[in-house]
Structures are given as structure tokens and as C-alpha cells.
Design a protein. Sequence first.
Length: 742
Amino acid sequence: MEAGSTYRVQVRPDFDFAAAASIAGYLAELGVTHLYSAPILTAAPGSTHGYDVVDPTRVSPALGGAEGLAQLVQALRDNGLGLVVDIVPNHCGVAVPEANPAWWSVLRDGPGSPYASWFDIDWARRRILVPVLGDGEDESALSIVDDELRYHEHRYPIAPGTGAGTPQEVHARQYYELVNWRRGNVELNYRRFFAISDLAALRVELPQVFDATHAEPLRWVREGLVDGLRIDHPDGLRDPGGYLSRLRDGAGPGTWIVVEKILEPGEELPDWPVAGTTGYDALREIGGLFVDPAGRSAYPPRISWTEAARTGKTEAATRLLATELNRLARLIPCVPAAAEALAELAADFPVYRSYLPDGERHLTEALARARKRRPDLPFDELEPRLRCASDDLAVRFQQFTGAAMAKGVEDTAFYRWTRFIALNEVGGAPGHFGVPPEEFHAAARRRLARWPAAMTTLATHDTKRSEDVRARLAVLSEIPHEWRAAVARWQAAAPLPDPDFAALLWQTVAGAWPIEEERLRGYAIKAAREGAVHTSWADPDPTYEDEIVRSISALYSDPLLNKDVEQFVSWITPYGWSNSLGQKLVQLLSPGVPDVYQGTELWDNSLVDPDNRRPVDFGPRRDLLSQLDSGWLPPVDRSGAVKLLVTSRALRARPRLGPVYQPVPVEGPAADHVVAFDRGGVVAVATRLPVGLERRGGWADTVIRAPCQDMVDTLRRRSFTGSRIPVREILNPYPVALLVAA
């Protein structure tokens, strides 16, 4: 896969295998080598994402079943493409118990079930504690742990996630969420995916469970249906390294395997038998190239990022993950305040998790921080066991810190600490304001040397906002004074009571405009509840949420405010387009295997899921690509055709890349506004910080030192000769160029 590339598609019942097969020809023309699919095993009824697998032994009938998969593979092969599939080893869906044969058996028969070993269950009570009663026939298998729940279940005996959305079911689901929060997640006795009680963790560390849950994916590999596997959430596994070694043995050395592992800046991926990560580290590095580090001082935060992240992790550890925290504490019953000490350690942990003995330094760092803050807690008693890789406390604590980071940072602090939300991204580092070119080049060389076949990405189904929204928001780092003035006007016209949330909303408007009112309203309510400051999923505040809705309504109904927003966005949008094209070209030609998320070959202003999982219309994309291949040179305009030009030409150039990465020297007064690198006769040149470039008067006599005497820009089909080429000639009229040796 060294020269390969993927295109991520969200297969689901309304875009099944047949629909995916219908775009195989388009993807081949675009230039990718593999279709990269969301999970395809049988998921919960009505699932739109596939991560809640209920039967790992069957391809989803809702997607077309085994026959539909075979037809998809044939269509891909007919067009010279392969298939990469997302698999979910950490957990399975249990929202509809009777849809999951293994879970239903355990609910019914308890420890006597042949599937009892599949799930990470504390059997002290000899039965599973679940949030609500189902409507099944054998209620003796379920346990009630709260009088209030008992009354509610008697009144509405409906399992969450079932039925057709009746008022009773809606009421039941809302009540279920509320009680889950207030009762410490009802002291469930099975490990979950983060804090989602509808997703029960699997014990794939056991050979019999691994074999049963991976027989079907490994069959795909063995029979040549699938060329690669993307592994979801390895941090949740008891033994990620052991799991990946077993998977590699089953899949063979030729299968491309990447892991959804989020790395903090400076953190290295363990030496696992995989090609690398799914690319959030690359997303951070590439996006940071287009953020002006000088803007840091103009956006002073109310509190530090470290403090905001730690607060979020503390809340996640002690509230959302109370069940898991209490289970940890029960492993050390003779140590007073053990739960509090473990929560403090999790809040101070600098990365998602360690992989003992690898990463033990992160535990050392967390212990030092926690001891300094809370010298009264029993860290000395915990430390020996936490350092012992075989101790159950150490194993479970490693699983716990990853969940605390994900829920406390990604899903809480990112929605509270809002000084500059272009940095608040999965795998992002909001405290690091921008990535200078020399830092980016160093990271690219490291990836080429260590993980040349790792995935790179700019957008996924989990990103908080699309690549183009972030690219436009990056412009704000160059114009802090104008931005503050605009926010002051908008806030006066449609006031929001919380300044941090106001900053989030107005940046979202600037980045995603024009956006339908319903989409913006849905995003805003979700963001407010995720941040859980004035409202939350567990305890919504209708009064506060009504204030948000009123402000958003004013944005669309107040003609003066609407016009002001439109004028401001119209001003920054061309600069955002420049950033978008730059980061796309850089990603597609940097070391690694680039992924294109569905639809992002044109401009895309999506926000967090479910907004970013909306259907994609491939018809216009196919038509535009045909026009480009007929010789049309598109303008940089709202059609997005220029982004399709850059995407297709960069993807098609990838087979020419050599195993090298060399920064291309840039000389002259505007050298800081160029990022350029050579991949062995294929040179990417991109504009950065376009506002500053314009304000300083343009390129003047800035030049690049070309690696070859004769080069052709494949975007404009224009030739250049000589070792010193004026940038003003290369980057005109487009802000990017793709040069290849003639």
C-alpha cells in the first residue's frame, strides 16, 4: 500500500453494497486504489454506522449480505480497485438484546451461558446488571438496582433503542439516560465502550472469543475479498499488542492493517505489527501548517488548556465512568481513598493510555503530577501494582485512562475551551497554536522512515468539523482584530449568555456558512450538551437551550445580522479555499497512505456526526471529473471543481512518488508563505497564511529551487525550466501547484 490511497464510504442500509459498487468506476477515475468501508458485519437493527455489531459471524443482510459483498468486490476488481474494511474488536451492540444471540444467551443463563466468557462481566452477583428491563420473556435474568428504575420499568417496560419511537419509548430513553447519570451509571457490572451502556466490551484476548468474532473477517482476507483492515479503538482492549499479533498471524504479512490510535504530540506508536495509525496525527500536523502561530497572543484563553482538559477528565472519570472507577477500586479494597487516587491519576495522565511495559514513563509522569497536587492520597500503595503489567489493576487502569481522555477531552473540554476551535479536533492539541514548516517536514520524514504505509487523513466520521471548515477557521488566526470586532457585533445582535459557548457558535458560523438553520441548531444543542456546563444529555435545561435557539433564529431572521455574517464570510472564504487546497495537496502527497473521506473532493462544510454522515451525491462529482478530464481548468469558486482537480491529479501522481521526502528550498521575502517538498521528482507547492501574504504585497521575487531543470505543473499543464522558479509564476492562478519532472 506504499503508493496506495483510500476513499472512505459510509455503507449503511440507505447506501448499501450495490450503491457502493455503483461508484467503483468513479473512484478509479478519481485515482484512489481502494474503497475503505465502514463496518459491514451485522449491526443492530436500523444502525446507520455499523459500530454496534450484534452478530460478528455474518455480513450484514441490511447491506446486501455475503452475496452483495461479493458483487461489490467484483465491481471493484473490474475497475482495478481493492477493498479495506473497518472492524470493531472492542465491543458489540446490546441495545436490542434479542438481536444479539450471544448477549441474549448471557442475559438468560448468566454464568452458565456458553457465551459468558465473551463479555467482560463482574460475576459477583451471578447475573448482569442492566439499565432497564427489556420486554423479553425471562425477566429473572435481569437485575433491578434502583427503586426509581423499578417503578419506571413497570410503567414503561420498553428497552431503549427498540420500537418505532413512541412517546413511551422516548420517555423511557430520556429517563434511562438521566438515571444512568445520577446513579453512577446504575453500577453496571459489564465493561462498556466508554460510557455507552448499549455497547458491551468483548474479551478478544481469549483465543476462543477472538476466533469466534474474527472468523468472518479473516475469511474475507483469506479468500482475497479484502486487502486491508482498519481496527477500531484498540485502546479499549485488554492487550492491544497481543491482539494485533494474533490478528497479524491470522491475516498474513500481506494484509494492510491500521489502528485507530490517537497519539499526543511527541508520542510514538508502540512497535505493533501494523502499518500505522489511521492518521489523526497527520491531520494535526497538516492542519497546523495553515494556522498562524502569531495569532496565539491575540486569542488569550480564560483558563489554560491543561486545566480545561484536566477538569474534563476528572468529570469523566468520576461521573460518566463511575462504574469502571468503582470496579478498579474494588481490586484494592484495603486501600482507603483508592477510587479518588485513581481518578486523580487518570486526570493527570498525559496520553490516552500506556502499554506496559512500553510507555511506563507516562505513568511516572502522571504519578509525579498527582503526588504534587494531592500528597494526601495513597499513590505509594497503588504504584507497585500499577507498574506490574500482569496485575489486573494495571491492565484495567490502562483501559480506563483511554476512556477518561476520550470522554473528558474530545467530548467535553473540546466544547468548553473555545478560544480557537480549528485546533479542537480528534487527535488535536489545542494548546499548540500552529505547526511551522520545519516542524511539519521533520514529522513527515519521521513518518516516511518509521511508518511509510500509515494512513493519513483530513476528515473522518469522528472529526468534530470538516477539513474545509477548519481551513476557513484557520484564516481567523491571521485576522484576530477583525474577528473580535465581528463577534462583538454578532453577539450584540443575537446575545448568548455564556461567552465560551458564544465563541464556539460564532466560529462555527464563520467556518460553515452558509448552513441550513436546522443543521446549525442541531449542532449547537449537541455541542452545548456535550460541554455539559449549562445543559447536558442527562439533565437538559430547556431555558438555556431556548436561548441558543433564539440566537440562531435571529441569525436567519434579522436582515442586518444576516447581511453582516454573509459579508464577513464572503471576505474570508477565498483565503479558506486557499488553505483547503493547500492542506489537500500536502496530505495526498505526504508520506503515508492518504484517505479521502466521502464527498470531500469538493468543498464540504460538515460538522460533527451525524452531520458529517449525510448522504453524498456522486452524480455531480462524476460529471465535474469528466469535464476536468476533457481539459477544463476551473476557477476557484463555490463549485469546488478546483478541489476535485487538485484531488484527482494528486492521487493520479502517487504511483510516481519515490521513497524520499525532501523539503524544497524557498528563497525570498515571502518564503514563510510557502510549503514545498519533493517526493522524488514530484513536487508539492502550497500557499500558507494567505492573508498575510496579500498584506505584504504578494510574492515579489520569492523563488523555489526546483529539484529538476524541467518540470510541468499537472494542474495547469504548464512547463517550467531552470533551477530557480519564481513562485508568482508557479502559484498563479491557483494557490497550489503539483510539479512533476518532465
